[in-house]
Design a protein around this ligand. Structure first.
Ligand SMILES: Cc1ncc(COP(=O)(O)O)c(C=O)c1O
Length: 392
């Protein structure tokens, strides 16, 4: 085989935009804080749209194709993506669409449990796991991740036992891959979860919104594909991997054992996605694979860059390469800053991060830093953070 003298350079969507152009954005990431702050917080990405998504949206907008959604293209596109990327055969017939992922998990958990039921979560975890379930009248129960940031099966079993005492219905909302730690749960771990859920009769709902964002040396394992996963529900969307939070649309997938429940959910009045959201997310799954590969190359470089920068400027802080997602979880406790590190860095370094305690138990002393941005921005942010620990 002929080997080219120079390997072709991969595109990197994370280096295409300038700070000046990003500052003209009107979404939350770039508008929450003043213009002297580098925003590395909410899960938006500093990338141009994938060409396939842009073209699909342009076609719809220019043609005035702005009515109600129709057809099954979205679920078919997801099924094709799942087969190609995860070697997972799932029927579009086992899916129904919903406005967005949060609406999906709240609806499904509301269907499977009763007001006052316990819902187990694994803090530190995405803050709306707490807030939306509480607003839906559920009692959120902690089964914290272990010190290794992985599922702690003994703690989970204990939570399942308590949640189901007296035969009460209970659910478990699993985040896979896990936000904010970037943990990619293994098949063995998920099989153990499924066995425990079966033993205690706990209903499993899995938020798999970050599924396409697993780094090459790790694997995304769809929960519904593991032994015992057939009685669960999954929520998926292209929103995180293609930066489409502004045009949301999500999919509820039911395992083979819950098709009656899925049908009853699909038939019930619930918030469906918009047509434009469906158009964008369908294009991402169907035609956005190459762009995703380029993105993952850039994110891989950024997660390694962050490690180098932390060694250089924030020595002592604990950072593990995420296995998935563009969200990184940094333990700043060894830096002995006063108060919440995110508040410190906002005030003294003009860098906006997510505050660890908002992710629940295990969040104290931590920050979540979003690496889906230009490497120069990460470099400047961590340099500023380092300087603030000397003078702040
Ligand atoms: C784990 C997780 N679930 C859900 C969401 C939000 O999804 P949606 O905007 O579709 O409700 C996010 C956004 O960051 C997330 O990280």
């Amino acid at each position: 085989m002929a080997i080219p003298a120079h390997a072709p350079q991969r595109a990197n969507p994370l280096t295409e935009l300038t700070l000046a152009s990003l500052r003209t954005r009107t979404s939350a990431k770039w508008r929450r804080y003043s213009a002297d702050v580098l925003p590395l917080w909410v899960a938006e990405m500093d990338v141009p749209p994938a060409p396939a998504v842009r073209e699909a949206l342009e076609r719809a907008v220019v043609g005035g194709d702005l009515g109600y959604p129709a057809g099954t293209a979205y679920t078919e596109a997801l099924a094709e993506f799942a087969a190609q990327r995860w070697d997972w055969t799932v029927s579009p017939g086992h899916m129904t669409t919903v406005a967005d992922v949060i609406t999906g998990y709240v609806d499904v958990i509301s269907m499977l449990t009763e007001p006052g039921s316990d819902v187990v979560v694994n803090p530190p975890v995405y803050p709306p796991f707490f807030s939306y379930l509480k607003a839906a009248g559920r009692n959120v129960v902690d089964a914290p991740l272990g010190d290794d940031l992985r599922l702690d099966l003994a703690t989970l079993e204990d939570a399942f036992r308590r949640a189901t005492e007296g035969g009460r219905p209970a659910a478990y909302l699993l985040c896979s891959p896990h936000n904010p730690t970037g943990t990619a749960h293994t098949r063995a771990e998920l099989e153990q979860v499924a066995a425990l859920a079966a033993r205690y009769g706990v209903r499993v709902v899995v938020d798999e919104i970050h599924a396409p964002l697993v780094y090459a040396e790790h694997e995304f394992v769809p929960y519904l594909s593991v032994d015992g996963g057939e009685n669960a529900f999954s929520l998926m969307a292209a929103s995180k991997a293609w930066n489409l939070a502004g045009v949301p649309a999500a999919v509820v997938i039911g395992g083979s054992g819950v098709q009656r429940e899925l049908a009853s959910y699909a038939a019930s009045p619930h918030h469906g996605p918009t047509h434009l959201g469906t158009v964008a997310q369908t294009a991402a799954y169907r035609h956005g694979g190459e762009w995703l590969d380029d993105l993952m190359g850039g994110l891989d470089a950024n997660r390694r860059l962050l490690g180098t920068l932390i060694d250089e400027h924030l020595a002592g802080a604990n950072y593990r390469l995420p296995e998935a997602t563009y969200l990184t979880w940094i333990d700043c406790a060894p830096l002995e800053l006063e108060g919440d590190p995110a508040a410190h860095f906002l005030e003294h370094a003009k860098v906006a991060l997510n505050s660890g305690p908002t992710f629940g138990a295990g969040g104290d002393g931590h920050v979540r830093l979003n690496i889906a941005t230009h490497p120069d921005i990460i470099t400047e942010a961590v340099r500023r953070m380092g300087a603030s620990t000397h003078h702040g």
